[in-house]
Design a protein around this ligand. Structure first.
Ligand code: B12
Ligand code: SF4
Length: 470
C-alpha cells in the first residue's frame, strides 16, 4: 500500500527530539512490503504547506500521523499539543479523503480521547511495528480493522482510556532497525538534539504514577548488545560520529545488560558520545566506570524524590543508600550528572522538600538539580486511584486534558516556596529559573557551542544567578 507517515511533533524544548518511534514503524511497514514515504514536520518553517504539497505529489492510499506528545506534563506551565495535531488533520482533510491512522506515545497515553476528538479511521496503541503493517494490509484489501489487538476504531464504545490493552512484541531482535537514513539528524544535532537508540523496552519497577510500563510493557525485552552497537556504528558512519541518547526508561537496569552494552561499545571504540536516563538501582562504581569508558557524556538520574517517606510513597525501587552510592559513583568516574526531582507526591510537605535538599547536599554534588512539581495523572496508574479517592479527579474524568496531583500540604504558593528552597543551592533550578532570561540565554549559548549535556555548567551560572537575584 502507498502510505505517507507524518511525524507531527514540533516541540523544541528542551531541544527538538528526532522521531525515533515513527522511524521504527516506517522500517517495519517497508519490511512488510508497503511503499512508505516519511515526512518529518518537526523542524519545518511551513509545515502545513509542506504537508499539502507532499499530498499533492503522490497518490497516497493512506496517511498516518505519529504523535509523540499529548502534553508537556508541566503543572506549572501546561501545554497541550492537541490543537497543533488537529490543525494538521484539518489540512490533511482539506486535500485527502483516504484513511487516517494515528499512533505514537502521545496517542497511546490517552487513545480514546484522540479517537473521540479526531475521528480517524483507526488508532494504534503501543508498539507499531507489528500492528501498523497489519492495519495497512487490511485497508489495502478492504477488510475490517475489527479484532486487531491494540487497534481502536471510532465505532468502539467509549470507555476509560486504560481499558484497552496494547500487545507487546516478544523478540525485539526480529525487528528491522529504525529507518535512521530517512531522518535529517544533522539538523537535530545542530539544535542540541540527539540520535535516539533503544537498548531494550519495558519497565517492571512500578512507580505509582508512571505510565512507561503501560507504554512499553512490564517486562524487560532486551536487544543484543552487538546489534545495538552495530546500529550506532551505522548512523555514526553517516554523521561522522554524533551524539546519541539511550531512550530506555532506565538504562542501567537490568545491570548485566547495561554493562554488556557498555563493554560492546568500549570494544568498538566508535567516535560517539552518549547520554541516558538512569536510576540508582544497582548503579555503582563498576557501572559508572563502564559507562565512562564506553563514551557516556552525562547521566540523567530520575530520582524524583529522596526521603525514605517519599521514596516509599511513590513506590521508587531504590532507597537513600543506593542514591548515595550512585551519585558518588558517577562523581568519582568523572561523569557529569543531573538529578531530576518531582515534588508534590501523596503526603509530601515542605519539611520533606527541605529534607530532600539536605540529604542531597550530603551526597556527591550534581552538575544540576531540576526541581519540578505536580505529577501528571495517567489513567490506569495507582496515582490515578489516589487522585480519585482524594477528589483531585472525578470518576471517569477524561485525562486527555491533563490533571496534576499536588499534595495538599504544598499546594499553595508552590512555585514561590519551591523557588526559595532552590535558591539555597547554586546547582538547583526551579520552574521560575527556567523562565528567567539568563537561563534561556545560557541555554542558547550551550547549544551554539555544542555543550553536551546542556546542563553541565548549571552550577556555575546558577551561582552567578543567585548572586544577581539577591
Ligand atoms: C527518552 C524520552 C525523552 C528524551 C528524548 C531524548 C532523545 N533525544 O530522543 C527527553 C528527555 C529529551 C524527552 C523530552 C520530552 N518528553 Co519524553 N520521553 C522519553 C521516553 C522515555 C522514550 C521515548 C522514546 O524515544 N521511545 C522509543 C521509541 C522507539 O518508542 P515510541 O516513540 O513509543 O514509538 C513506538 C510507539 O509509540 C509506536 N509509534 C510511534 N510513532 C508511531 C506512528 C504511527 C503511525 C504508529 C501506528 C505507531 C507509532 O511504535 C513505536 C515503535 O514501537 C518516553 C516514555 C516512554 N517510555 O515511551 C517519554 C515521553 C514520550 N515524553 C513525554 C514528554 C511529555 C516529554 C516532554 C514534553 C517533557 C517536557 N516537558 O520537557 C519533552 C518533549 C521533547 C520534544 N522536543 O518533543 C511523554 C509523552 C506523553 C504525553 N503526556 O504527552 C512520555 C510518554 C513520558 C511521560 N511523561 O509520560 N523525552
Ligand atoms: S519511573 Fe522509571 S523506574 Fe519507575 S516505573 Fe517508571 S520507568 Fe520504571
Amino acid at each position: 500500500m502507498k502510505v505517507l507517515l507524518v511525524a507531527t511533533n514540533r516541540e523544541r524544548s528542551p531541544y527538538p527530539v528526532a522521531p525515533l518511534g515513527a522511524l521504527c514503524v516506517v522500517a517495519a511497514a517497508r519490511a512488510a512490503g508497503h511503499d512508505v514515504d516519511f515526512l518529518d514536520l518537526g523542524l519545518e518553517n511551513s509545515p502545513h504547506d509542506l504537508l499539502r504539497k507532499t499530498l499533492r505529489k503522490d497518490g497516497y492510499q493512506a496517511v498516518a500521523f505519529g504523535i509523540r506528545n499529548l502534553d508537556n506534563c508541566w503543572a506549572f506551565a501546561p501545554r497541550l499539543y492537541f490543537d497543533e495535531v488537529r490543525g494538521f488533520a484539518d489540512t490533511l482533510r482539506s486535500c485527502f479523503e483516504g484513511p487516517l491512522i494515528l499512533g505514537g506515545t502521545g496517542f497511546s497515553v490517552a487513545p480514546r480521547g484522540w479517537m473521540r476528538r479526531l475521528q480517524p479511521t483507526c488508532g494504534v496503541m503501543g508498539e507499531g511495528e507489528r500492528v501498523f503493517p497489519e492495519v495497512l494490509a487490511r485497508l489495502e484489501t478492504g477488510r475490517s480493522l475489527e479484532g486487531i489487538e491494540g487497534v481502536l476504531t471510532p465505532v468502539e464504545k467509549a470507555g476509560s482510556d486504560g481499558e484497552a490493552s496494547a500487545p507487546v512484541i516478544a523478540q525485539l531482535s526480529d525487528l528491522p532497525l529504525p529507518a535512521h537514513d530517512l531522518c535529517g539528524y544533522a539538523r537535530y544535532l545542530r539544535r542540541g538534539g540527539f540520535v535516539g537508540v533503544q537498548t531494550k523496552r519495558g519497565c517492571p519497577l512500578g512507580c505509582v504514577y508512571c505510565i512507561y510500563p503501560q507504554l512499553e510493557g512490564k517486562r524487560y525485552r532486551l536487544r543484543p548488545p552487538e546489534a545495538i552497537v552495530e546500529e550506532i556504528a551505522k548512523v555514526a558512519a553517516r554523521l561522522n560520529g554524533g551524539h546519541f541518547f539511550f531512550v530506555d526508561s532506565v538504562f542501567n537496569d537490568p545491570r548485566g545488560h547495561a554493562l554488556a552494552v557498555c563493554a560492546a561499545l568500549e570494544r568498538r571504540r566508535l567516535p560517539v558520545r552518549w547520554t541516558a536516563f538512569c536510576n540508582p538501582l544497582g548503579f555503582d562504581a563498576e557501572m559508572a566506570r563502564a559507562m565512562a569508558h564506553a563514551g557516556c557524556s552525562g547521566v540523567e538520574f530520575g530520582l524524583d524524590v529522596a526521603t525514605p517517606k517519599m521514596l516509599e510513597a511513590l513506590g521508587k525501587p531504590f532507597g537513600q543508600a543506593e542514591i548515595r552510592i550512585a551519585l558518588k559513583a558517577a562523581h568519582d568516574a568523572g561523569l557529569p550528572f543531573v538529578n531530576y526531582m518531582l515534588f508534590g507526591g501523596p503526603g509530601e510537605t515542605w519539611a520533606d522538600v527541605q529534607e530532600t535538599q539536605t540529604f542531597l547536599n550530603e551526597c556527591a554534588t550534581a552538575s544540576a538539580v531540576f526541581a519540578s512539581y505536580g505529577i501528571r495523572v495517567y489513567e490506569g496508574t495507582d496515582l490515578a486511584d489516589t487522585a480519585a479517592k482524594e477528589g483531585v479527579v472525578k470518576p471517569g474524568q477524561d485525562l486527555f486534558e491533563p490533571a496534576y496531583y499536588i499534595s495538599p500540604e504544598i499546594a499553595e504558593r508552590t512555585e514561590e516556596r519551591l523557588d526559595r528552597i532552590t535558591r539555597q543551592r547554586s546547582e538547583w533550578t526551579s520552574p521560575r529559573d527556567w523562565r528567567r532570561p539568563m537561563m534561556l540565554w545560557a541555554q542558547k549559548v550551550m547549544v551554539l557551542f555544542n555543550v553536551r549535556p546542556q546542563w553541565k555548567y548549571i552550577q556555575g551560572y546558577g551561582a552567578h544567578m543567585r548572586r544577581w537575584l539577591k
